[in-house]
Ligand binder design. Structure first.
Ligand SMILES: Nc1ccn([C@@H]2O[C@H](COP(=O)(O)OP(=O)(O)OP(=O)(O)O)[C@@H](O)[C@H]2O)c(=O)n1
Ligand SMILES: [Mg+2]
Length: 404
């Protein structure tokens, strides 16, 4: 058995020794069959949460009400979930209550897509009652049973379908696609946090362009934060080189750019992104506007942006112009390496010294003077050395006659 499964075999074996059924399920089995990197290994069992907790010495009750217990086995945490069918779905979200069942097939039946409803036992034998392997072979994302029912149970599954298009390059089965179109308004019942998690995975997938086209085509877009009436921008975004981007802030910046969003803050806030992400995305967009072409970086701009952000700016620019970022990145790295100082902390003088030299009480002028000093240093007008800077400042004040 392949590595991430092999490490978890002990859990399955112990559950079986206690007389329960236990299988590998979900995304890990799917990814194994696709031949993709395998993420978290999840286990489904006929044992009830309290029975699971009684068997294993190290468990964490992360949601036993929903059937899930984390079992820590040889230093790794695994989600072990009791076979279940979900309770009532009146509000199109995952239910508050679940009903535990004793059969694997009942459990697989309530899952979203056939490729995600495949189980594997401890010998590597696959249990696939809904033809998930056939769907994988045909590169199709198809709901288990009636699409409409699956989407009514949890409307986020419509976003998941399109997120899987982006990650796997598969297509939506025709009836599944139809149901996304028909049920798109149900997305309004889903929390922003869940939509954001899917959107970030969607934008990071190797087939993000196809997925963005589908968001527009299916009409899901109209129920996503800040995307109402922005179908055209989303279609434009679909043509960009999302695969060149490496950071989430670059992805949000590129999306803002495609949608012609001039004020990124309210848009990013609608997605409830962390402040840090909103700040960096805003900074990338401001720098992109301040430096309209990759050969227009001044030393000052480069210094202010720092190398990391400057590279991000060029990555985003590359993604929408279609010109690979390699040469602009090389140039930025060379230019940045040549800067006499890389941060303000490297300046050879402090505000205190400036106050001493000038002999005036502290005030806003200190900051302005330091600003002038680092500009002169960054532009090579004066060496970053205390006495040289003192002399430069004295001369500057003499010629400017402004006394500071
Ligand atoms: N809305 C959802 C979310 C999950 N699932 C089921 O729960 C499994 C695990 O869910 P999750 O980890 O969220 O998704 P994965 O399919 O494992 O995808 P990823 O690789 O991104 O974790 C899925 O495979 C699917 O069987 C579902 O039926 N409906
Ligand atoms: Mg998973």
């Amino acid at each position: 058995m392949k590595p991430p499964f092999r490490q978890a075999l002990g859990i399955i074996r112990q559950l079986k020794q206690h007389g329960y059924e236990a299988y590998f399920v979900g995304g890990a089995v799917r990814d194994l069959l696709i031949g993709r990197a395998i993420g978290d290994v999840d286990i489904a069992t006929s044992a009830r949460p309290e029975e699971v907790m009684a068997i294993f010495p190290k468990t964490i009750d992360v949601g036993s009400k929903h059937g899930t217990v984390v079992v820590v086995h040889e230093g790794t945490a695994y989600e072990v979930t009791t076979f279940r069918t979900d309770g009532d779905y009146e509000d199109y979200r995952r239910p508050e209550s679940v009903t535990f069942v004793r059969s694997l097939e009942e459990d697989l039946k309530r899952r979203d897509f056939t490729m995600n409803a495949i189980a594997m036992d401890e010998n590597g034998t696959v249990i696939d009652p809904f033809a998930g392997r056939e769907a994988i072979a045909r590169r199709l994302i198809r709901t288990v049973g009636k699409a409409e029912e699956r989407f009514r149970e949890d409307a986020l599954r419509m976003m998941r379908a399109i997120r899987f298009v982006s990650q796997l390059g598969f297509s939506l089965a025709p009836e599944t696609k139809r149901a996304v179109i028909d049920n798109a308004p149900l997305l309004a019942h889903i929390s922003v946090e869940r939509m954001t998690m899917e959107m970030e995975k969607l934008l990071a997938g190797p087939f993000a362009g196809e997925a963005l086209s589908l968001l527009a085509e299916t009409g899901l877009c109209a129920y996503l934060p800040g995307l109402v009436g922005k179908e055209e921008g989303v279609r434009r975004a679909a043509a960009y080189r999302w695969g060149w981007l490496t950071a989430r802030e670059e992805r949000w910046a590129l999306l803002c750019r495609a949608l012609d969003i001039t004020e990124s803050r309210p848009f990013l806030r609608a997605w409830k992104l962390p402040n840090k992400v909103m700040d960096e995305t805003g900074a990338i967009l401001s720098a992109l506007e301040a430096v309209p072409h990759s050969d227009e970086w001044t030393n000052e701009r480069l210094f202010l942006a720092g190398l990391k952000r400057a590279l991000s700016v060029e990555t985003v620019r590359a993604a929408y112009t279609g010109t690979p970022p390699d040469s602009s990145h090389d140039e930025l790295r060379r230019r940045f390496a040549a800067l006499p100082i890389k941060t303000k902390a490297e300046l050879a003088v402090s505000g205190k010294e400036v106050i001493q030299w000038i002999g005036k009480p502290a005030g806003p002028w200190v900051k302005e003077t330091l600003y002038a000093i680092w500009r002169a240093v960054v532009n090579g007008e004066v060496e970053n050395e205390k006495e040289r800077i003192h002399a430069w400042l004295t001369e500057r004040n003499r010629t400017q006659g402004n006394g500071c």
